[in-house]
Write a protein that binds this ligand. Structure first.
Ligand code: SAH
Ligand code: SF4
Ligand code: F3S
Length: 442
């Protein structure tokens, strides 16, 4: 067997793609390895969303150069591929800057990897594939070789929203939805391999639309698949939060009461400059409607601080919105200038120290909300889907409907099942509790 090492950066869609690339290379004799040393093939599945994310690739390539040389000394060959969003955005530049790289493959063309590998064995040259062959990729993928208890399933890709700060419409192309029958087939295959939770993925997953199917309808059909206990979806855009999807949160009991709905900012002026196409109050009203359908829903979001032109008053509006909504958890970032995006050339870029100070204030508030939310579970009995054994001996780890990790002393036989757990305490990263009814899964 040849050894394949895949390193994944960025979002869940990259994690899904990494698994698909490994499945695709298995028939060529590549078996997954958890380290790059001695690997016959290394794939860096990269992210371009912020400057830091993109820079990591070049420093990693520096390290891999030595390993590749070692392999060559031993008479072997390490093939080095850069995949993902940096590959898409900077394909030619990578080849020019990093001679160590053998192939560059974008997120919509990685199904061509086997062919690229064959080609590189025949001729010594280097290969670049960064086309957008629409949905051809999905047709060439293999059925999942294995599955965890919680499994990602990409249903929609790309983005037509063109938020002025964001590279995704350029790296992933325009919005495309997979046909529902393909998705349902993959969901059944995952369930057969042991998946109990399906997480539907898309850059704008709630924009899903194919053959008259909406995301809500897809969730209902997946709920009917034997073995599937829970359904989640991510990431959603406030503008695509359709009424049937909101209603599904009230009517589909397998749809978890947890929604990642990024708002980015609470200031109307900033939201407008970002081209989000909604204001702060539109978002507040939307959350109200969602809470009407499912009162216990937990919300999460992404925030950007220091977008060009953001004043102290704009930033205060973000803090106000966070207090009004009350988040279970959230991601927050300093605005990062991305080449080719409209915001990168806007006047009134915000100084780094101001961004850092705002991020600190926002993150303290968000962390306090997260701890308050987690603490509100203490003393309650909640259904936990167990996913794996924990690092601490004799414990297993699972998640509440709100995605909170929970550690419990119990046997591995419960993995893959939902059991009621009485929550006793919280540590920094997890809740802890005991089975409500010893050994009797719900
Ligand atoms: N489609 C999703 C976002 C995908 S990118 C949505 O619209 O919500 C994930 C997050 O990265 C974004 O929500 C945003 O908060 C952050 N992000 C994107 N571009 C960024 C940039 N240039 N600087 C800082 N953060 C950025
Ligand atoms: Fe980027 Fe905006 Fe599209 Fe999200 S909706 S991927 S932030 S352009
Ligand atoms: Fe990053 Fe591409 Fe995902 S830029 S966040 S890996 S879509």
């Amino acid at each position: 067997m040849k050894k394949l090492y895949v390193k994944t950066y960025g979002c869940q869609m990259n994690a899904y793609d990494s698994a698909k690339m490994a499945d695709l290379l298995a028939p060529l004799g590549y078996a997954a390895s958890d380290r790059p040393e001695g690997a016959d093939m290394v794939i860096l599945n990269t992210c371009h969303i912020r400057e830091k994310a993109a820079e990591k690739v070049y420093s990693e390539l520096g390290r891999l150069k030595a390993l590749k040389a070692q392999k060559a000394q031993g008479g072997g060959r390490m093939l080095l591929a850069v995949a993902g969003c940096v590959a898409q955005a900077e394909g030619e530049e990578i080849l020019a800057r990093a001679p160590v790289v053998d192939m560059v493959v974008g997120p919509q063309s990685y199904h061509r990897l086997p062919e690229m590998i064959a080609r590189s064995a025949r001729e010594a040259g280097r290969a670049l594939e960064t086309d957008f062959p629409a949905l051809e990729k999905f047709d060439s993928l293999m059925p999942p070789a294995s599955s965890g208890i919680s499994a990602f399933l990409t249903v929609q890709e790309g983005c037509d929203k063109f938020c002025t700060f964001c590279v995704v419409p350029y790296t992933r192309g325009s919005e495309q939805s997979r046909p529902p029958e393909d998705i349902l087939r993959e969901a059944r295959q995952l369930a057969d391999k042991g998946a109990r939770e399906i997480v539907l993925l898309g850059q704008n997953v709630n924009a899903y639309e194919a053959g008259g199917w909406s995301l809500a309808k897809l969730c209902d059909a997946i709920a009917a698949i034997e073995g599937i206990l829970r359904i989640r979806y991510t990431t959603s855009h406030p503008r695509d939060m359709a009424q049937d999807l909101i209603a599904a949160h009230g009517s589909n009991p397998k749809l978890m009461p947890y929604l990642h709905l990024p708002v980015q900012s609470g200031s109307d002026a900033v939201l407008e400059a970002m081209n989000r196409q909604h204001g702060g109050d539109d978002y507040r009203r939307l959350i109200e409607r969602i809470r009407d359908a499912r009162p216990d829903i937990a919300l999460t979001s992404d925030f950007i601080v220091g977008f060009p032109g953001e004043s102290d008053a704009d930033f205060d509006a973000t803090l106000r919105l966070v207090r009004d909504i009350g988040y279970a958890t959230a991601f927050s970032f300093k605005y990062s200038k991305r080449p080719g995006t409209p915001a990168s050339t806007m006047r009134k870029q915000i100084p780094e120290d101001v961004k850092a100070a705002r991020l600190d204030v926002l993150q303290k508030l968000l962390l306090k909300q997260q701890y308050d939310f987690d603490d509100s579970q203490i003393g309650k009995t909640v259904p936990v889907l167990f996913e794996k054994t924990a690092r601490d001996h004799g414990q297993i780890m699972g998640r509440t409907p709100y995605l909170q990790p929970v550690h419990v002393h119990a046997g591995a036989a419960l993995i893959g099942q939902v059991a009621e757990v009485k929550i006793a305490k919280r540590t920094a990263n997890s809740l802890h509790g005991e089975l409500a009814k010893q050994g009797v899964p719900a």
